[in-house]
Design a protein around this ligand. Structure first.
Ligand code: NAP
Length: 320
């Protein structure tokens, strides 16, 4: 099969498009013919070799993917050949024509969700679900700031929070991104590149501040986030690419909380809750992954460069 293979950590170009043997499904495993693989910022951190998860070399990248079950090993009961599925991680990586997964890493893909959309399910929507439901415990009627709403996690968060009955403010860095954020359900969209937009956030809440912030770039924003929070407010740190200075008294005065998580640490119980909730949202149409760009699998290096550039617009997916 054709696959992307990383033989050494480094720049995007270390990803090589190669012919390698297709994996075979052992007991408890499922072989999926990948129709689309999702590109996440974490894929680039891992490829650089500077991430908490450092796979043994060589490896094939990719946590997200969607396709059709090709074969399964002994003991598998959840899916059968021909089923449309999305992957929530895998054993062999998703940037390939076939991906080997454990039975528990495979979930049915509702008919209304395309394969390209399905490649943007687990990391973006799983992160949004965990942040809103399991970490922030967001409630209907609360006000939410999605700080970085134009990308994969941001769009998922906007759609989900809107369906939960929150008042949603989303930010983006381009006009196209702002339009997208509004289109996907935000009540208000602000440009995080504009001077003084934090004041507008406060004005939109009548000066009382937002109840929850989902933060995609904490190293830039956390200090200002704390000043935009209402009493009892919560900031969930989802993304951060460096250090930041904060004023701890901003937390004290508001009785606020700074929370964080990595999706990889989710318990089996929370994962079951998450996939059930996402499945319902995809079936009833409240969750609709936005595919901004589809690229051929061989162009993985380009996808890794673009996912780290400003001007996000939904998901970038690779098509084998
Ligand atoms: P993405 O699709 O590349 O989107 C990045 C988002 O960040 C875009 O909306 C972008 O907006 C926004 N952004 C850029 N500059 C910003 C600023 N100064 N303030 C606020 N937002 C800004 O990435 P993603 O998949 O949504 O992931 C977002 C972050 O969360 C990444 O750092 C990723 O590594 C992390 N993440 C963490 C977990 C976890 O388990 N904790 C899981 C998934 C993702 P514009 O491009 O419009 O400026």
């Amino acid at each position: 099969m054709k696959a992307i293979v990383v033989h050494e950590f480094g720049a995007p170009e270390v990803m090589k498009f190669e012919e390698i043997p297709a994996p075979k499904a052992g007991a408890g495993q499922v072989l999926v013919r990948v129709e689309a693989a999702g590109v996440n910022p974490a894929d680039t951190y891992m490829r650089n070799g500077a991430y908490a998860i450092k796979p043994p070399l060589p490896y094939t990248p990719g946590f997200d993917g969607a396709g059709v079950v090709e074969a399964f090993g002994e003991g598998v009961t959840k899916v059968k050949p021909g089923d449309r599925v999305y992957l929530a991680r895998s054993v062999s990586g998703t940037y390939a024509e076939f991906s080997l997964a454990l039975e528990e890493q495979v979930y049915k893909l509702p008919d209304r969700i395309s394969f390209a959309q399905g490649a943007g399910v687990f990391v973006p929507y799983g992160t949004a679900y965990r942040a809103l439901h399991q970490v922030a415990h967001a409630r209907g009627g609360e006000t939410l700031l999605v700080h970085g709403a134009s990308g994969g996690v941001g769009i998922a968060s906007v759609q989900m929070a809107r369906a939960m009955g929150l008042v949603v403010i989303g930010t983006a860095g381009t006009d196209k991104g702002l339009e997208l954020v509004k289109r996907e359900g935000a009540h208000h969209a602000l440009n995080h590149g504009a001077a003084g937009y934090q004041k507008e956030v406060l004005q939109l809440t009548g000066g009382s501040g937002v109840d929850v912030i989902l933060e995609m770039l904490a190293n830039v924003n956390l200090g200002e986030d704390l000043k935009m929070l209402a009493r009892g407010g919560r900031v969930v740190v989802i993304g951060s690419r460096g250090d930041v200075t904060i004023t701890p008294r901003d937390i004290m005065l508001r009785g606020a909380s700074v929370l964080g998580f990595v999706l990889w640490n989710i318990s089996d119980e929370d994962a079951a809750d998450m996939h059930a909730g996402l499945g319902a949202g995809f079936e009833n149409g409240t969750l609709r992954p936005v595919v901004g760009k589809e690229l051929p699998l061989a162009e993985a290096p380009r996808a890794h460069k673009e996912v780290m550039e400003p001007g996000a617009f939904g998901k970038i997916v690779l098509v084998p």
